[in-house]
Structures are given as structure tokens and as C-alpha cells.
Design a protein around this ligand. Structure first.
Ligand code: ZN
Length: 130
């Protein structure tokens, strides 16, 4: 069989969401909406999504150790009625971790709703999500 090798992409995105089965289709549509193609992103599915600070840190550390010369951007999501106790507000701490602890500036933040839609959030200068 011919060896098939993928080159390292110039830029990668870490896309983090919850494992809850109710939101998987929405996560996939969001991913496509953001233009994230296979081979260009890490799909990180963990309990609580971006609100799982320990997993967020672990995965970001792993990606950054492999891709330190590439552009790394991050998509943070949490969702409505998360059984892991994570809320929309958890995205604030997640954003802080990404920006302050990892020094990454390309961050997009989304709150997934159970009706299949999502809210795009941004961090205000006062440090709250809107
Ligand atoms: Zn959840």
C-alpha cells in the first residue's frame, strides 16, 4: 500500500465542546459554518466542553507543544442544560485561560442551545460576555 502522509497544516484550530449527544449535530454544523475542514482542527470533546478547565488546559498544552510554530486558534463552546454543571458564564473563565495562561489571541466563543442554534459571544472590555 502506498504511504499516505499529511503535511503539518500552517494553522490549526482547537474546537472544544461537550460530549452531550443532544448537541453533537449542532456542534458539527457550527464547525462547518466556521469553515473548519478535516485536517485543520482538533476536535476536543470532553464533559462540560470549554467549561472543563482541567481538560482545556491539558489539550491546549498538548497542541501547543506540537504546533508551536503554527498559528493556533481556539473555538470555545458550552451548552444549555449541561449535565456537567457548566454554564454560559463558564466561557468567561475558559476565555481567560486561553488568553492569559496560553497567550492565544484568536478565540471564538459560542453558547450552544438545545434547539439547534447557537449564540456567538464576545468579551467586553469590562470582562463580561455579551
Ligand atoms: Zn454538557
Amino acid at each position: 500500500m502506498k504511504e499516505r502522509r499529511q503535511v503539518m497544516p500552517q494553522a490549526v484550530t482547537v474546537f472544544i465542546g461537550c460530549v452531550d449527544p443532544r448537541i453533537q449535530e449542532t456542534l458539527d454544523r457550527l464547525r462547518l459554518n466556521l469553515g473548519l475542514e478535516y485536517g485543520s482542527f482538533f476536535r476536543v470533546l470532553v464533559q462540560g466542553g470549554a467549561g472543563n478547565s482541567r481538560q482545556l488546559r491539558e489539550h491546549l498544552s498538548l497542541v501547543l507543544s506540537d504546533y508551536r510554530h503554527q498559528m493556533v486558534s481556539v473555538v470555545l463552546t458550552t451548552h444549555e442544560d449541561c449535565r456537567a454543571g457548566v454554564t454560559k458564564e463558564s466561557l468567561l473563565e475558559a476565555t481567560r485561560i486561553v488568553r492569559e495562561e496560553f497567550g492565544l489571541t484568536e478565540v471564538q466563543v459560542f453558547y450552544i442551545l438545545l434547539n439547534g442554534s447557537w449564540e456567538s459571544l464576545s468579551l467586553s472590555p469590562e470582562g463580561s460576555l455579551k
